[in-house]
Design a protein around this ligand. Sequence first.
Ligand SMILES: C[S@@+](CC[C@H](N)C(=O)[O-])C[C@H]1O[C@@H](n2cnc3c(N)ncnc32)[C@H](O)[C@@H]1O
Length: 490
Amino acid sequence: MDYIHINQNDFLHRKHKKHREEDVAICVCKYDANDPDSACGETCLNVLTSTECTPGYCPCGVCCNNQRFQRCEYAKTKLFDTGCRGWGLLADENIKAGRFIIEYCGEVISLKDAERRAQAYETLGIKDAYIISLNAYESIDATRKGSLARFINHSCQPNCETRKWTVLGEIRVGIFAKHDISMGTELTYDYNFEWYGGAKVRCLCGAACCSGFLGAKSRGFQEDTYLWEDDDDRYSVEKVPLYDSAEDEPLSKFLESTDCFNQEFVSNGKDDYSSVMDVDVESNHLLHSNALSIVPLDSFSMNGVDDSHEKTILSSEDSQVAYGQRNVMISPIQSNIVCQNSHIGTVPVLKKKLKRFPMRSTKRFSQKAVDAKFVAQLLADKEAQDEILSCEQMKNEAASNLEHLYNEIRPAIEEHERDSQDSVATSVAEKWIEASCLKLKTEFDLHFSIIKNIVSNPVRKKRDIGQEDEKRKEEEHQKAAAVPIEGGSF
Ligand SMILES: C[S@@+](CC[C@H](N)C(=O)[O-])C[C@H]1O[C@@H](n2cnc3c(N)ncnc32)[C@H](O)[C@@H]1O
């Protein structure tokens, strides 16, 4: 897909913030000609707070080393064809750890628009996702306009990272080297915390610690992910045991007669997350990453790119020439290369035949609710019943505790997100993490207890339960009728 090359963010839903004089951060560095690092190096107050110096205000004047975003002081990079992951960006020089490599530029849009756009792109069949998070309210979309940073692929073991800097009053996202990177190496960063792609995309980074899917941990649209179903390896999951329906789940087969896993979780406005069992298991660990061999970069010749795709190789030098001539059109760029499969080894894991959807239709992952009370009823053993019910109670308590905590810390979170670019105070985050972990643990305990007890105890038939219930009601009725009314004398 064509895109417009830019080296500065384009603000769509608002104007660039006015950088008022009283807001300019002025450092106390003194330039010493014998020590180049004295001009806003590591110890500069602005550098320490990830803020760029403002031209005209910095005591080091033109010698200031802390205006890298503003001056587009990018490392040399080159576009290349990764084969299976589309285009990628590689280092075209040796890059030292910590170095600013390139700014992630694009259109700055509101969170709502990001959501709308992500869905629209998906509908249009645009599978490469370029939206990243800027702050709590805004995102950067590099789909239609962007810098070369839009071509940096994800890796679960990346050599780069994103960092947010304040430049002339605005937050900007830069890609920085995590460690020394040698020339010719592909640049990658971990999308997990920035990922706003709607589609569920299988990760082909090949790292031993691969989490299986892009953005598996991102906060963005994670609860609303979709799976592309076509012949592209990134979007098919045949080698991953992913259970996406009640019939697929081995446990549900066992419980087929009971119906207890066959209820779709339906939000009734007052979402009872406490009863949600997410069957979209992060079973990705079963994806044997060593079976995926990514085409080694050193065997890739830049000149040997398959010409049939008529792709343009654009180096960062080209893009720096383009700096000053903003909005240069790069065409034609074909970012979606059909994967050949040839480098993908076979993975000896449970194979599940997925239903194929015509026209790249998308399929929503559903969340299944587990009715713990109903499951408990199915068990003949009273102890097993009690265990499940007590686990459910603990899970409900943990969920409501988390909800209360959220209400308590919401002002702190919102306040912090308004004023700062990063996360909330550690103490708040710690409380939140602790409560979240407890909720997850209690959910796990409940599901574990259900599985354990169902596997090790006799299960009553639904019909029998009905009959027993009837019998019990009848007995209770008779008992009640037999009890003499207190004080009554006829
Ligand atoms: C920001 S773009 C990166 C550039 C992209 N490769 C291209 O050709 O334009 C993100 C998209 O690249 C692909 N991608 C990036 N990293 C990947 C990975 N580790 N495994 C599979 N696909 C990846 C996915 O399609 C993703 O939506």
